[in-house]
Ligand binder design. Structure first.
Ligand SMILES: Cc1ncc(COP(=O)(O)O)c(C=O)c1O
Length: 430
């Protein structure tokens, strides 16, 4: 099992066997409120029949088509359907099957783009501490989570990291974007001075770091990164695997923060979690930059057997229709203040070091037990689940990211159930 204590799991398994709307159900019939959209995926809520039916129809018609040197109409229709959601200037998308593949693909496109343009020395890839870009070798190299690298030997060498932006001293209990930290983007200037701007291919960041505990970008930070990268011919990649498809109240965080990267990696909410799918969307100048060499040249020596699979394309198009018809991204904006006030109530729970929020995301950072980091977080996670609430935990931070269809009473229920889990855990672990 992924990211799971496999042997321990068997002695105390947690299982989900059914889902509908805002809820999961366990095999013994217990109802669990989904405070995590599964794993940041199920933005339109569970059990959407029209996605099931679209997938079924698509694979009844065409079960599979090889994507190398040949296409099928649904893949182009899916790319066209995605187009209007992308920020201005984005012209093309490359389909993959997961967030990890999207991140990996974006890094490879960055290097290949510079090769195609005659700057093959631009090979350095810059990530950020506490960044998560999936689990493949490129992604863990630019990623900033030491535990995820420890067992896997040498990674990409031409990689450097910006410092992370988490600053409890100055920003604890911020609502929305924290006030302090824009200057951390200037770390890139230090790296440029050390490595040479003409050797740097790309910077990759999550506009809001999700997996390492919900870190909204400080005000002005992304703008500054964009300024420096543009000045030095460095591509800026936003990993929007979590922030894409409405999580922050806009199709992408790029639109929410009004900062335009050169590439966007996406997955998760793309198909409402139903069928594995990801994509890298690129600005026109990236696409055009890659279209070099005599006609007949394969411009990008990269791709997957299941790139643009008919089932995934059908799921994407049906999902986008739901997002649009139910205006779910605007719904996030209209719920955001209510959500913010509700999650900040958790400040009163014991051992809470910070509450942070943006869009329909909340992070509650708990004080670690002395010498046992992560134990309190795991205990709260399990208690919340037993009390009928699914959350996400990383270390001692609880992340909340419910489906965008959530109601106000359900927001109250999340806060009440999580508050109880934190209080009970504090008593037990005191
Ligand atoms: C920002 C980001 N990038 C990449 C990934 C990896 O996605 P996947 O698990 O689909 O490979 C994730 C997953 O949580 C993510 O949050």
């Amino acid at each position: 099992m992924p990211f799971t204590a496999n042997r321990q799991f068997k002695s105390h398994p947690m299982l989900l066997s059914r889902a509908q709307g805002m809820h999961y159900f366990t095999p013994d019939g217990r109802q669990v409120l989904d405070g995590a959209a599964g794993l940041w995926c199920v933005n339109a809520g569970h059990g959407r029949r029209e996605i099931v039916e679209a997938v079924s129809a698509a694979i009844s018609e065409l079960d599979y088509a090889p994507p190398f040197k040949i296409g099928h109409p649904l893949a182009f229709a899916a790319a066209d359907a995605l187009g209007p959601l992308l920020p201005p200037g984005f012209t093309n998308s490359f389909f993959v099957n997961s967030g990890s593949e999207a991140a990996e693909t974006a890094l490879k496109i960055a290097r290949a783009y510079h090769v195609a343009r005659g700057e093959p020395d631009r090979i350095w890839l810059i990530g950020r501490e506490r960044g998560y870009h999936g689990v493949n070798f490129g992604g863990i190299s630019v990623g900033g989570i030491p535990h995820n690298k420890a067992a896997f030997g040498p990674l990409l060498q031409e990689v450097d990291h910006l410092r992370h932006t988490h600053d409890l001293g100055r920003n604890a209990f911020s609502r929305g974007q924290p006030a302090h930290g824009a200057e951390l983007a200037d770390d890139l200037l230090r790296i440029i001075a050390e490595r040479g701007s003409e050797r740097i291919a790309a910077v990759i960041v999550e506009p809001m770091a999700g997996s390492t505990g919900v870190l909204p970008p400080p005000k002005g930070y992304l703008e500054r990164l964009r300024e420096i990268t543009s000045e030095h011919g460095i591509l800026l990649i936003f990993d929007e695997v979590i922030t894409g498809f409405g999580r922050l109240g806009a199709p992408f965080a790029a639109e929410r923060f009004d900062v335009l990267p050169d590439m966007i990696a996406m997955a998760k909410g793309m198909t409402n979690g139903t069928i594995p799918m990801g994509a890298v969307a690129v600005q026109g100048h990236v696409y055009e930059g890659m279209m070099q060499g005599p006609i007949g040249t394969i411009e990008l020596m990269h791709g997957y057997t299941y790139s643009g699979h008919p089932a995934a394309c059908a799921a994407l198009m049906a999902t986008l229709k739901i997002y649009e018809r139910e205006d779910l991204f605007a719904r996030v904006r209209s719920l955001e203040t209510y959500w913010e006030d509700a999650v900040h109530m958790l400040r009163q729970a014991p051992n809470v070091l910070d509450v942070r929020n943006i869009g329909l995301v909340g992070g509650i950072e708990l004080a670690p037990l002395e010498g046992r980091p992560g134990v309190r977080g795991s205990d709260v996670y399990r208690r919340a689940f037993e009390g009928g609430l699914l959350v996400r935990v990383t270390g001692d931070t609880i992340a909340l990211s419910p489906p965008l269809i959530i109601s106000e009473p359900q927001i109250e229920e999340i806060v009440e159930k999580l508050g109880r889990a934190i209080a009970d855990s504090s008593q037990e672990l005191a």
